[in-house]
Write a protein that binds this ligand. Structure first.
Ligand SMILES: C[S@@+](CC[C@H](N)C(=O)[O-])C[C@H]1O[C@@H](n2cnc3c(N)ncnc32)[C@H](O)[C@@H]1O
Length: 225
């Protein structure tokens, strides 16, 4: 069997997918719509106040932080991601200050009241060391007693939705094949995106392989402690 990494068209995660990410995740629109209120209400319940400053870590195309900004214009928001391509698309959406940063080595001058990290981004932390580095670096960007909210995809989600998964989307200028499998032994969810983009008379093929570790709640809790 040919090793996927031998493919010449292999590009790093989100290099090409970033262009189609918002459209591809449109079925999660209802879920995305609930996030701003959910996140900010959680903060208000603890602190009886709105956060003054917020950092969106691994902000992707800025869907969540731009809708928080719309609903809560008084909150000062900065956002970062490791992918230049995702940040470029985010910057088209809103005038939030976006910057490039790896969530394992984040360091900011400003200290934020709240940090968020949504839609399975922490699952890109593949080792305990990476996960702990992410927790420590985000924590270093917070004020004392600041709040960090992140989600973590579950084994059930991987088993039910991403094992032997295949989805195909065809549009006029591109087609996207999403294959996924779940390796339950190592708790690894592997997604392979094969994207064909129309370029004048020919089609350009790109492949992205995304590896995500599915952490159990007790593992996350231990790493936090
Ligand atoms: C599934 S997307 C989620 C994006 C966004 N949070 C949302 O809710 O739509 C995962 C994001 O994590 C980012 N990411 C993965 N590893 C990262 C790292 N080490 N540091 C910063 N961002 C990372 C990717 O570039 C991508 O934008």
């Amino acid at each position: 069997m040919r090793d996927i990494s031998d493919c010449l068209e292999l590009v790093s995660p989100y290099t090409v997918l970033s262009k189609y990410y918002d459209h591809y995740t449109i079925s999660n629109k209802k879920y995305f719509a609930k996030w701003p209120k959910f996140l900010i209400t959680n903060y208000q319940e603890i602190y009886n106040n709105l956060p003054t400053t917020l950092l969106d870590v691994a902000c992707g195309t800025g869907k969540i932080c731009s809708s928080i900004k719309k609903e809560y214009p008084d909150i000062e928001i900065d956002a970062c991601d490791m992918s230049d391509a995702m940040i470029e698309h985010a910057a088209e959406k809103s005038k939030i200050n976006y910057f490039k940063a790896d969530m394992r080595t984040l360091s900011t001058q400003m200290k934020y009241d709240m940090a968020i990290n949504t839609f399975d981004s922490v699952n890109y932390m593949l080792t305990i060391e990476d996960f702990i580095a992410m927790l420590a670096s985000v924590s270093s960007c917070l004020v004392r007693e600041g709040l960090y909210i992140f989600d973590n995809s579950t084994t059930l989600n991987s088993r039910e939705n991403f094992d032997c998964f295949l989805n195909y989307e065809e549009k006029e200028n591109y087609s996207l094949i999403h294959e996924a499998e779940f390796d339950s032994r190592d708790s690894l969810q592997i997604s392979r995106f094969t994207i064909f983009q129309k370029e004048s008379v020919h089609w350009k093929k790109s492949i992205e392989v995304h590896k995500q570790k599915i952490w159990k709640c007790n593992e996350v809790k231990e790493m936090i402690d």
